[in-house]
Design a binder for this molecule. Structure first.
Ligand code: UDP
Ligand code: MG
Length: 352
């Protein structure tokens, strides 16, 4: 558990000791105008689904009246839990804090600015019931500006889809549902929240998507600018590397390194041939520089791969982190074990 304060209304404790079926996690940063509408919309959507639920709003260090308003909501309805972060840690950290406090078997995430429609939540839950571990919303009719929003997003989605092999149309949509079991293995850093489906699929979760509604932002303003695109590309490199090569960094660095060394040696041999056989002057040739550079870079890459191999061992072994994730273990043991063996021995099935 993180040292973040949880403001659970005291009346809530006696109401229900059992965990709710669904936890809705909503990161929120300076959205005071949206809050009353958000509460109303979420209630209207969830009261009819026939499952117990809780809503965890993570106040990501808001500086407006958001927290005051949220406190009132929590005081009136114990199903609303407010987790207030000490400062603005960013949407990914807010999601992580929400996940840590969620008790539901299924966790649904959405934005606080009413761009997502809580009425779509039953669609996501239906897919979870079908057996998927992660259901991602797809803002098929996205209501954002084209040039600085939808276009970068289209390109990023294509790229992410190709690199991660998790085929979704819309990674950036916050409206998603997860089986909690899968999220347990996903560690979030930086701005990796949009890669949760990819990360969850790396630990073996089944991913699908459903088209969902999307509305233009009505109140407040977006917390992101175009600079996010660069960060998405950098995060993508991280996810790609961690997904395929986290337990074998030498395969990436070593391959590049060997190619580089081989190129450098080829250049060197060629220049040696020119010098020794054809007696040409090679001292001033840019090719010489390139050859030397390739060999040096290659050696460095291989060394980096070896360092990576050592680091990854420390990482896994110092924290007892497994390199695999188990879905279930099926073992039918005739009981008790000792007797069964004795029995088999007696019947001559096992050599004495
Ligand atoms: N948000 C947050 N912390 C931040 C930035 C954003 O909790 O540092 C919340 C924000 O209040 C909203 C959601 O994350 O509920 C998505 O943010 P925003 O609407 O600004 O992103 P956009 O829809 O423009 O991509
Ligand atoms: Mg928004």
């Amino acid at each position: 558990m993180s040292p973040i304060a949880v403001a659970l209304p005291s009346s809530g404790e006696s109401l229900s000791r059992s965990d709710p079926a669904v936890s809705v996690v909503i990161p929120l940063y300076n959205e005071e105008e949206s809050i009353p509408h958000l509460v109303e919309a979420v209630r209207a959507a969830l009261d009819g689904i026939g499952r117990s639920y809780e809503v965890i709003v993570v106040d990501d260090g808001s500086r407006d009246r958001s927290f005051t308003l949220l406190q009132e909501v929590a005081a009136q309805d114990p199903r609303w839990v407010i987790v207030r972060l000490r400062r603005n840690f960013g949407q990914t950290a807010a999601f992580a804090a929400g996940f840590d406090h969620a008790r539901g078997e299924v966790i649904v995430t959405m934005d606080a600015d009413l761009q997502n429609d809580p009425k779509d939540i039953p669609l996501l839950l239906a897919k979870i019931d079908e057996g998927y571990d992660i259901v991602s919303g797809w803002r098929k009719n996205r209501q954002d500006r084209f040039w600085d929003r939808r276009l970068p997003s289209i390109l990023a989605n294509r790229l992410i889809s190709n690199v991660t092999d998790v085929r979704l149309h819309d990674y950036g949509c916050s409206l998603k549902a997860y089986r909690r079991d899968v999220l347990r293995h996903v560690r979030l850093y930086g701005e990796l929240h949009r890669f949760i489906p990819a990360l969850a699929s790396q630990v073996g979760g089944a991913v699908t998507e459903v088209p969902v509604n999307h509305h233009a932002r009505q109140y407040g303003r977006s917390k992101y600018g175009i600079g996010r695109t660069v960060r998405v590309v950098l995060d993508l490199i991280t996810v790609w590397f961690l997904g395929g090569y986290a337990t074998r960094p030498i395969h990436v660095f070593g391959t590049l390194g060997l190619l580089s060394v081989a190129g450098g040696l080829a250049v060197g041999l060629y220049l040696t041939f020119l010098k020794l056989v054809l007696d040409q002057d090679i001292g001033g040739r840019p090719l010489l520089l390139l050859g030397v550079l390739l060999v040096m870079i290659g050696v460095q890459l291989i060394t980096m791969g070896l360092l990576g191999e050592m680091i990854i061992r420390t990482y896994h072994e110092s924290q007892d982190k497994p390199i695999y994730f188990i879905r279930t273990v099926v073992r039918h043991t005739p009981e008790p074990v000792a007797d069964a063996t004795a029995d088999a021995t007696a019947r001559g099935l096992v050599p004495r």
